[in-house]
Write a protein that binds this ligand. Structure first.
Ligand SMILES: [Zn+2]
Length: 109
């Protein structure tokens, strides 16, 4: 009984994936159901299907960090109205200091 309650409490706890953490990354489906803030300091890279422009949303500078990653992806590109053709979460914007970039491919064209 007690064990069940504890496990439920752990599930309810906010989950976080740090950019340099060792925690196994979630699947794309799971990542899409998380708020952006579950990936502190990560980048969301979105490539527009229509104009091809690449947008990088930085989690700390995104006002809508509480939105689900999937909902952020559902937004159409301002101006051209295109959908996200490709999208992925990246732990860093660039490969820096030889540190591997952790990434979760959310949508592949
Ligand atoms: Zn566009």
């Amino acid at each position: 009984m007690e064990e069940q309650a504890m496990s439920a409490a752990m599930t309810a706890a906010r989950r976080r994936w740090r950019p340099n953490g060792t925690r196994p990354l979630p699947s794309a489906d799971e990542a899409l159901r998380q708020p952006f803030r579950a990936f502190p300091s990560w980048f969301l890279r979105i490539e527009c299907e229509r104009c091809g422009q690449v947008r990088m949303l930085a989690e700390p500078r995104t006002r809508r960090r509480d939105m689900l990653v999937g909902d952020l992806l559902a937004d159409r590109h301002e101006g051209c109205g295109g959908r996200a053709a490709k999208a992925e979460l990246r732990s860093t914007a660039e490969r820096a200091g030889g540190r591997p970039v952790r990434r979760i491919v959310l949508r592949a064209a």
